[in-house]
Design a protein around this ligand. Structure first.
Ligand code: SF4
Length: 340
């Protein structure tokens, strides 16, 4: 089913409903796709007698599968739109089907702008968020025809398509980083591209079909890095840490949180453990005695919108850097990953 600029593979949803004989189905959508939930339910109802529930809660990634809600609803199936499989649990308590939603926005108008921006480079790394990953090969051919050497990483980590990146997993970029001069990230917004730039140290351009523009994010990267090192220096002097444990299924890293707690104690400092489902800035306000928070949940909690958190929030890697005293700038390239 095509809705606006997106293709929704409802045939796969209906096939799965039929395969498992699902009577109750919980549908999850990321924020940008929630507006299509009603026409999708209307369409599914035309071919299935199942009861469909739409989750209204925020959903930012494949880490965020509404298993608790599904169990409460006695759902037989969770349909998770817009992301790829993330959970490592091979037998979740409810069957989950992930339906990546692909954008059909054309690239035609962007190619000349892109060629202008990459003049001077010769080796290009191509990456995309899941909505655009099907266009990477076309882009590769176009760039090769213009004489560029193009690299796309193969499958790795949590990604399901060649060249795909997540906000917390840029292994596709790390695989080819040493071979390229610049990365082009095909996505809306700067979120994915920022993760690539922080993790590789390479220049990154965003090819944004929604805004029909090619953006250089070097200013954002510089601002982000300077704030990260500022927070690391605050963490070095801090006495009291708050460790955030994510309760969402794919963000639950209790072992890593407890290791962080051990590290904090071993440096003669104090810690408190906090659980969090959907993080928001004002959540930190009541905990005045905590100097620095450490996200053992999604690493992007620490990085994105950081100036608005009111207090420093750092990643597990940044805690490790702060307390180990290894201030080598390249140590921050592991910012998205656990240091243990
Ligand atoms: S952990 Fe964060 S970055 Fe990773 S998929 Fe979930 S919301 Fe996205």
């Amino acid at each position: 089913m095509v809705l606006s600029v997106y293709n929704f593979d409802l045939d796969s949803v209906l096939k799965e409903i039929e395969n498992i004989g699902a009577k109750r189905v919980l549908l999850q959508f990321p924020e940008g796709l929630k507006q299509y939930a009603i026409p999708i339910v209307e369409s599914l109802r035309r071919s299935s007698d199942a009861i469909f529930f739409i989750s209204m809660d925020p959903c930012y990634g494949g880490c965020d599968v509404a298993l608790d809600d599904g169990l409460r609803l006695k759902a037989d199936l969770i349909v998770h739109f817009g992301h790829t499989e993330f959970l490592t649990d091979s037998k979740p308590p409810i069957p989950i089907i992930y339906i990546p939603v692909l954008s059909n926005l054309p690239l035609n108008g962007l190619i000349s702008k892109l060629l202008e921006k990459i003049r001077g480079y010769s080796k290009i790394g191509l990456l995309a968020s899941v909505q655009h990953v099907h266009m990477l090969e076309t882009l590769q051919h176009i760039l090769e025809e213009h004489g560029f050497e193009v690299h796309i990483g193969s499958l790795c980590g949590r990604v399901k398509f060649r060249g795909q990146i997540l906000g917390c997993d840029v292994c596709s970029a790390l695989q080819v980083a040493s071979k390229v001069d610049v990365f082009i990230v095909l996505s809306g917004g700067d979120f994915h591209a920022l993760g690539v730039a922080l993790s590789t140290g390479k220049p990154v351009l965003v090819l944004d079909p929604f805004r029909n523009e090619v953006r250089d994010i070097s200013k954002l990267v510089k601002r982000t890095l300077s704030l990260r090192w500022h927070y690391i220096s605050i963490a070095r002097e801090a006495s009291v840490f708050g460790i955030l444990i994510g309760i969402k299924p794919g963000q639950f890293k209790l072992e890593a949180a407890l290791k962080a707690a051990d590290l904090i104690i071993s440096h003669g400092k104090k810690y408190y453990l906090f659980t969090v489902r959907d993080f928001s800035e004002n959540m930190l306000i009541p905990f005045k005695n905590v100097d620095v928070f450490v996200s053992a949940a999604c690493p992007r909690i620490a990085i994105d919108n950081a100036p608005f958190h009111g207090k420093p929030v750092i990643t597990l890697t940044e805690l490790f850097i702060a307390l180990s005293g290894n201030l080598d700038p390249t140590s921050l390239r592991r910012i998205l990953y656990d240091p243990y």
